[in-house]
Design a protein around this ligand. Structure first.
Ligand SMILES: [Zn+2]
Length: 299
C-alpha cells in the first residue's frame, strides 16, 4: 500500500455539492459500546481508553464496563433525540457486537433515517490481524448490521485499518466507500491494486474522544472546548467553501457525547450551523453516492 503525500496538491478542486452547498457536514456517531475489550468476553485486558481513570487493565473492570453501558443504555438515545430535534441525518459507525447487544437501538438508528456503516465486529484495531481473520470480521459485521437493522452497510470504517483492509472490502463487494483516512478535507480516490477506490476522510481533531484524553495536552478540560473546536472548524471550512466547497466531520460517541454536559455542546453547535445557508448535513452514504455520480473520473 503506497502513500500519497500530494493528493489534490495546491490546485484544490472546485467541486459542487447538492443545491450549491458550501459545506457538507458529516455527523458521525461511533456505536461501539459492548464491543470494547473486556475479560468478560475472553479478552486478555480491559479497554484502556476510558473516562479519566488510570486503568489497571489486566482484569475485568466493572467501572469501565458500566461507562460503556451508559452509552448504549442512555447516551445513544440522547444523541438520537438531539439529531431528530434538528432533522439531522448522521452516519453511525456500528460495531457488530454493539448492535447485537442492543437491537432496539440498532433498529432505531436506521428507522430514524441514519446510515449504519460497518465498524468491525469488536472495537479492536486490525494491526496484526491476518487477512483471513479480517475477512471473517468484515463478513460478521455486515451480517450483524444487516440482521439488526434490515439493511446492509455500504460504508466501512476500521478502528485502525491495516494494509489488507481496502483490498478485502473491494473483494467482498457491496461497499461504496471507506473512512479509513484522516488525510484530506474532501473525499478522494485511492489506488488499491490498480483499482480506484473512494475514501471519505474522518477527523481526529473535531472528536469527543478528547474528553477521554484529558491527561494528554490535546484533551478537552471543559465541555465548551468541544463546542469551540466544532465552531472553529465549521467557520474555517465555511469561509473556504465560498469558492471551493468543503466537507467537515464531527466524531461523537454515545458514552461520551451522550453525557448531558457534552450533548449540550452538540445541541448548541447544531443550533449554530442551522443559522447558515448552504450547509448540507449529509450521511456518508449520500456523500459517496454524490461523489460516484459526479466525480467518478479525475476531479
Ligand atoms: Zn470508532
Amino acid at each position: 500500500m503506497t502513500r500519497d503525500l500530494v493528493g489534490y496538491g495546491g490546485n484544490y478542486p472546485v467541486i459542487r455539492w447538492p443545491e450549491g452547498a458550501r459545506i457538507a457536514l458529516s455527523l458521525v456517531v461511533h456505536f461501539e459500546e459492548g464491543a470494547e475489550q473486556t475479560p468478560a468476553d475472553g479478552d486478555r485486558e480491559a479497554e484502556r481508553f476510558v473516562e479519566g481513570l488510570v486503568v489497571e487493565g489486566r482484569r475485568r473492570d466493572l467501572n469501565i464496563e458500566s461507562m460503556f453501558e451508559y452509552g448504549s443504555r442512555r447516551g445513544i438515545w440522547r444523541l438520537l433525540d438531539l439529531l431528530d430535534k434538528y432533522g439531522a441525518k448522521a452516519t453511525f459507525l456500528c460495531c457488530g457486537l454493539a448492535m447485537e447487544r442492543n437491537p432496539v437501538a440498532a433498529r432505531e438508528i436506521v428507522a430514524r433515517g441514519h446510515e449504519a456503516c460497518g465498524h468491525g465486529y469488536r472495537w479492536v484495531p486490525y494491526y496484526d490481524v491476518t487477512r483471513d481473520r479480517q475477512r471473517d470480521d468484515i463478513r460478521r459485521t455486515v451480517a450483524a448490521v444487516e440482521a439488526t437493522t434490515g439493511r446492509r452497510p455500504v460504508g466501512w470504517s476500521s478502528r485502525v485499518p491495516n494494509a489488507d483492509t481496502r483490498g478485502l472490502l473491494i473483494e467482498e463487494g457491496g461497499f461504496l466507500y471507506d473512512s479509513d483516512s484522516y488525510g484530506d478535507d474532501l473525499p478522494h480516490h485511492v489506488d488499491v491494486g490498480g483499482r480506484r477506490w473512494l475514501t471519505i476522510p474522518h477527523t481526529l481533531d473535531v472528536t469527543d474522544e478528547r474528553f477521554w484524553a484529558i491527561w494528554q495536552s490535546s484533551g478537552y478540560t471543559n465541555p465548551g472546548n468541544f463546542l469551540r473546536s466544532m465552531t472553529a472548524c465549521f467557520d474555517s471550512l465555511y469561509m473556504e467553501g465560498e469558492t471551493r466547497p468543503r466537507m467537515m466531520s464531527v466524531a461523537l460517541r454515545p458514552r461520551i457525547s451522550g453525557r448531558p454536559s457534552r450533548a449540550r455542546q452538540l445541541d448548541l453547535f447544531l443550533r449554530y450551523v442551522s443559522g447558515f445557508p448552504g450547509v448540507w448535513v449529509a450521511r456518508r452514504c449520500d456523500i459517496a453516492e454524490w461523489w460516484r455520480t459526479h466525480y467518478a473520473g479525475p476531479v
